[in-house]
Write a protein that binds this ligand. Structure first.
Ligand code: PLP
Length: 462
């Protein structure tokens, strides 16, 4: 993910930009085709040089207004540039705004180009932003503590801790609730372990659909895989639409509903990622960590769990961390064809899931657990609508039709707003660590009305 920041005079020649860009990129050992983004100021959006460069590199254009660029921390500010365009840096600042790190800058013939290297810290998660005592809109765990029925089941299970764990009953409970055979279920140490099990396989050409939760890509990279990113676009509301992985892709990972966009994809569109290219043997892994706020496990209109159990082209990953406020326990599961489960589980440590986690899985998928999830589900649309309306009143735009318990919101001044909120004890999630997003985006958890009002009033007072 190489970014090229570009600044230039209005009358500068397009050919000179192409030559300068090629030279700057060659100096970092790369070529124009390695560029994923050209970043510049909004007033140069239609400059023929910028257009030609995007065409030649076949990459995206990211534009920022002068205020956003002026807010970036740059090494080479210029008063002359500031006097002309209202920001002391364009090329270097645009690289920063695109969440990359400037590595080299060249200037010639009225152009300045700055090469920037990645990029998002894939292992940055919301928990780092929500220090103890802060009002937390950064982490998407539903409540401060697990519901009483769950806490009491866990307390009762403490008496059994002398025995080694046996996941059989919990696996059967999960299978029953989803309507799939028990040998299509693998209980895991959180969804995070499931990503790691997937990443341990010998993929040739893994693809991750972004923006999405970064742990699947981090796990693939940690296991030595080069990862191709399929970037969905803000203009379409991050819809999957006709986006397709490159031919040859043997693994595609996608979130549904997606973190951080809150987009719920059509399950047929997701399945088509695996099946519309019969020439490619392809596995599609769907991270459904937030699906329990969309629908009950027994009525899968969007979940691909049953199709995953029946075929060999899908894996569904679920988490019990979020809705049930169990992040500290580490419990999730994976649903796939039994042959795939056997392959994925082959290299696990012994007893990877504790007996308390197994008890929690049984309780979460019991009638009581599912009623609890139904209550959370029923309250969510109101919380989302209230949060969106308040943000819109303060000049944010939000990604439409959110279906997960958070909103992805955009504001030219988002980075400063986040800092201001932080100073006042309120944590919101920076979103520029998600590939495809930049500092203009924030992710905010949908909390109950009084809690959301504290956030919204603080934003409105700025
Ligand atoms: C989309 C998504 N999937 C999976 C996870 C990880 O879930 P777990 O806590 O079960 O490992 C997260 C946590 O933030 C997430 O946002």
């Amino acid at each position: 993910m190489t970014v090229l920041g570009v600044g230039g005079r209005p009358g500068a020649e397009p050919d000179d930009l192409l030559a300068l860009a090629a030279k700057a990129i060659a100096e970092t050992g790369q070529s124009l085709t390695d560029l994923t983004t050209v970043a510049t100021i909004d007033r140069r959006r239609d400059h023929p040089g910028v257009r030609r460069l995007i065409e030649a590199a076949d990459c995206r254009l990211a534009v920022y207004d002068a205020a956003t660029l002026a807010g970036q921390d740059v090494d080479h500010p210029s008063d002359t540039v500031a006097a002309h365009v209202g920001t002391p840096s364009v090329a270097e600042a645009a690289v920063r705004a695109a969440s990359a790190t400037p590595v080299s800058t060249l200037a010639a013939d009225g152009w300045v180009v700055c090469v920037g290297e990645p990029g998002p810290d894939l292992r940055h998660h919301g928990d780092v932003e929500a220090a103890p005592g802060m009002l937390d809109f950064a982490v998407n765990v539903h409540a401060q503590e697990p519901p009483p029925f769950l806490a009491s089941a866990l307390r009762d299970a403490v008496a059994d801790l002398a025995r080694y764990p046996d996941p059989t009953a919990a696996t059967a409970a999960v299978a029953r609730a989803h309507g799939v055979p028990p040998d299509a279920v693998l209980l895991t140490h959180g969804a995070a372990e499931a990503f790691s099990l997937v990443a341990q396989q010998p993929w040739q050409h893994p693809v991750v659909v972004h923006p999405q939760f970064t742990e699947p890509e981090a796990a693939l990279r940690a296991h030595g895989h080069a990862v191709h990113r399929l970037l969905l676009e803000p203009d379409t509301g991050f819809r999957l639409g006709g986006a397709r992985p490159p031919s040859g892709a043997d693994l595609v990972i996608i979130g549904n509903p997606t973190n951080p966009t809150s987009r719920l994809h059509d399950p047929d569109e997701i399945e088509a990622l695996a099946t519309d290219s019969p020439a490619d043997e392809r596995l599609v892994v769907v991270d459904e960590a937030f699906m329990d706020v969309v629908e009950d496990v027994a009525e899968p209109h969007h979940s691909l769990a049953r199709r995953a159990a029946a075929g060999r082209h899908l894996v569904v990953i679920r988490s019990l961390t979020k809705t049930y406020s169990l992040a500290g326990l580490r419990v999730g599961y994976l649903i796939a064809h039994p042959d795939l489960i056997e392959r994925l589980a082959a290299r696990r440590n012994p007893w990877p899931v504790s007996s308390l986690a197994a008890v929690a899985a049984i309780a979460c998928l019991s009638d009581e657990g599912r009623e609890y999830a139904a209550k959370v589900r029923a309250e969510l649309p109101g919380h989302l609508a209230h949060l969106a309306a308040g943000l819109h009143a303060s000049g944010f735009t939000t990604v439409p039709n959110p279906r997960a318990p958070y909103l992805l919101a955009r504001h030219a001044d988002a980075a400063r707003i986040r800092e201001d909120l932080r100073g006042q004890g309120i944590a919101v999630r920076r979103a520029d660590t998600f590939p495809g997003l930049d500092q203009t985006w924030l992710r905010l958890a949908a909390r109950d009305r009084p809690t959301a009002d504290r956030l919204l009033a603080t934003i409105a007072r700025r």
